[in-house]
Design a protein around this ligand. Structure first.
Ligand code: SIN
Length: 281
């Protein structure tokens, strides 16, 4: 149990906290472990005013665990491949990041055997309006689900395909991707490893083929129904960005979604790191 106490403000009643008086570069080990505990317990954290290089972000990410490698098109920082660039910035006539990353509800790496435990975003430049990030508290959604629905969905397994995600960007899978990401099967209701709490999970817009032993369209419709339930406004925190923000979430008890902004008017430049998680149970 960490000894540090950090001042916090809730983001929503019962979900997420903003942490005050914390500097990700200079914090001692106790304070860092307290940040990990806060993220495990609350599902999301915001830390404002952080001046981080890509190397600083990798060091901060390692506090939470092993960084996960990035999949798909190579928009990573050259010396730090763990850091993915979400950006519409143009350099020498080409965009230097993925400008469309994550603009549909999903959890990170749920097409992998060991999906991401945590995602850490650090904003270097943000638009004056738009590009909010939405985070849904899927534990609260599970708890609010009527008993008969809980009984219906608990124990179901979702079939995820990376190919579905690739198809959305109108390209075909490379041979490397085919080998790295075979189809995976994950529970629709999983437990958080920190305390065993249950959550609806993985009803991503992007990867499911359906539910094992359930024909489509029933399977896909049930996934969509659970996604719509979990992403109602009452479960969603909307993050309004300022440059220097760290927004981190626990993918094991949340879903998230980026939102659009006027790319002809504004630049958005964000660094993203992932921490590898465990096989969901
Ligand atoms: C993501 O889903 O990886 C990024 C979301 C965002 O940029 O708001």
């Amino acid at each position: 149990m960490p000894n540090a106490t950090l001042e916090t403000i809730p983001l929503l009643a019962g979900f997420g906290v903003e942490i005050l008086g914390f500097d990700a570069r200079s914090a001692d080990e106790d304070a860092r472990q307290e940040v990990v505990r806060l993220l495990d317990h609350h599902g999301a954290i915001v830390i404002r005013g952080q001046d981080l290089t890509a190397a600083d972000q990798v060091a901060f990410t390692r506090v939470f665990g092993e960084p996960a490698e990035n999949a798909g098109p190579d928009y990573t920082v050259k010396e730090h491949p763990e850091v993915f660039i979400i950006s519409n910035k143009m350099v020498d006539g080409r965009v230097i990041g993925d400008a469309e990353a994550g603009t549909a509800w999903h959890t990170d790496l749920n097409y992998d055997k060991r999906p991401a435990a945590y995602t850490i975003l650090h904003a270097l430049e943000v638009p004056a309006e738009g590009s909010d990030t939405l985070l849904a508290d899927t534990c609260a959604a599970w708890n609010a689900l009527p008993d008969d629905k809980q009984r219906q969905v608990d124990g179901l397994t979702v079939h995820h395909s990376y190919a579905n995600l690739v198809a959305r960007s109108q390209r075909t899978m490379t041979e490397e991707e085919r080998v790295a990401y075979p189809d995976v099967f994950h529970p629709l209701v999983r437990r958080h490893p920190a305390d065993g709490r249950k959550t609806l999970w993985g009803m991503s817009t992007t990867t499911p083929n359906g539910i094992v032993d359930m024909p489509n369209p029933e399977g896909k419709n049930l996934i969509r129904e659970m996604l719509e339930f979990a992403t109602q406004d009452r479960f969603v925190y909307r993050h309004k960005w300022r440059a220097g923000d760290i927004l981190a979430w626990d993918n094991r008890c949340t879903m998230h979604c980026g939102t659009p902004f006027d790319k002809s008017k504004y630049t958005r430049h964000v660094h993203r790191t992932w921490v590898r998680g465990e096989v969901p149970f």
